[in-house]
Design a protein around this ligand. Structure first.
Ligand code: CUA
Length: 328
């Protein structure tokens, strides 16, 4: 849906009108004061112009009343901008818990995406309309930035950590995806599209793309081949490392007495730099897997650990964490 206002991109997410309204408010305030100040300036230039060559102006003292006024009014206006902006910011950067998750890995110069149901895409993302979509993103090399103008949202994609972005598309169609952080020679070519489909069409698309292993299942494979199970078995067998089942999203006690939330970032760090944050009651015996697993594989291991139910079997087949039925 092309906007009727020139230079404003398509509008296709639940954020769009909120961001636009704030933008129009900012533009309106700016325009109002630009015009007011210009008008007053022109008026004063004419009204108080020098009329005779040796004219000496009447001295004036400061006015506390005036100064207070022109401090308080801009302050109040600036705070409305801050408050309004902060509200939209918090809404945009706090992903809802009931969203469909998609993993994103950025690299020079392409976007690699994988759905929780296993389908992989390059520089393209198919999503259903009217559903909340959460992207869990990381980079293989430098900082990129996932930017969808039509959704009025973007977030940096940073090597060494996971960032998230969420949106809910409101109109089916194809929308631009840009990289919005200069990342080297072909930065301008790091583009793609988001294809928003009707839910039924999306389900068809999804079921037509089977034959892919889900990230969780691929993660379980890695869990076996890397030998994680010998220390991190279900219900603590192996016994040398903490149980992995059901830990995701919980808070765990560290050796240092601190506690930490087990999220994507914590799991990633524990694989690459196991000595950094050791769980209380365990020794610093885990070797690093730095250089042995790629970002894609780390994402898969994280997906696997996430999929393990509390008190469940680490060895059991990984449940496909499919938010939409993947029929066939
Ligand atoms: Cu990736 Cu710019």
């Amino acid at each position: 849906m092309q906007s009727w206002i020139p230079l404003v991109p398509d509008s296709a997410s639940t954020f769009s009108w909120k961001v636009d309204a704030l933008y129009f408010y900012l533009s309106g305030v700016t325009l109002f004061f630009a015009l007011l100040i210009s008008a007053v300036l022109i008026f004063f230039v004419i009204r108080y112009r020098r009329r005779t060559p040796y004219e000496i102006p009447r001295p004036i003292a400061g006015s506390h009343k005036l100064e207070t006024l022109w401090t308080i009014i801009p302050f109040v206006i600036a705070m409305t901008m801050f408050g309004w902006g902060a509200r939209i910011y918090f809404e945009q950067y706090k992903p809802p818990s009931n969203a469909i998750e998609v993993y994103v890995v950025g690299k020079q110069w392409m976007w690699k995406l994988q759905h929780a149901t296993g389908q992989r895409e390059i520089n393209q993302l198919h999503v259903p309309v009217g559903r909340k979509i959460k992207l869990i993103m990381t980079s293989e090399d430098v900082i990129h930035d996932f930017f969808v103008p039509a959704f009025r949202t973007k977030a940096d994609v940073v090597p060494g950590k996971y960032t998230t972005l969420w949106f809910e598309a409101t109109t089916p169609g194809t929308y631009h995806l840009f990289c919005a952080e200069y990342c080297g020679m072909n930065h301008s070519g790091m583009i793609g599209s988001i294809i928003v489909m009707e839910p039924r069409e999306f389900d068809n698309w999804l079921s037509g793309n089977t034959g892919n292993t889900t990230p969780a299942a691929a993660g379980q494979q890695l869990y076996q081949t890397l030998g994680c199970a010998s220390c991190h078995g279900a219900n603590g067998e192996g016994g040398r490392g903490p149980t992995l089942a059901g830990v995701f999203g919980k808070t765990t006690q560290l050796q240092t007495g601190e506690s930490v939330r087990v999220d994507e970032k914590y799991i990633r760090e524990s694989i690459l730099n196991p000595q950094a944050q050791i769980v209380a009651g365990f020794g610093p015996i885990m070797p690093t897997f730095q250089g042995q697993v790629s970002e894609d594989q780390l994402v898969q291991i994280v997906a696997f650990i996430k999929s393990l139910p509390a008190g469940g079997q680490t060895q059991a087949p990984a449940p496909a964490t499919s938010p939409t039925p993947n029929a066939k």
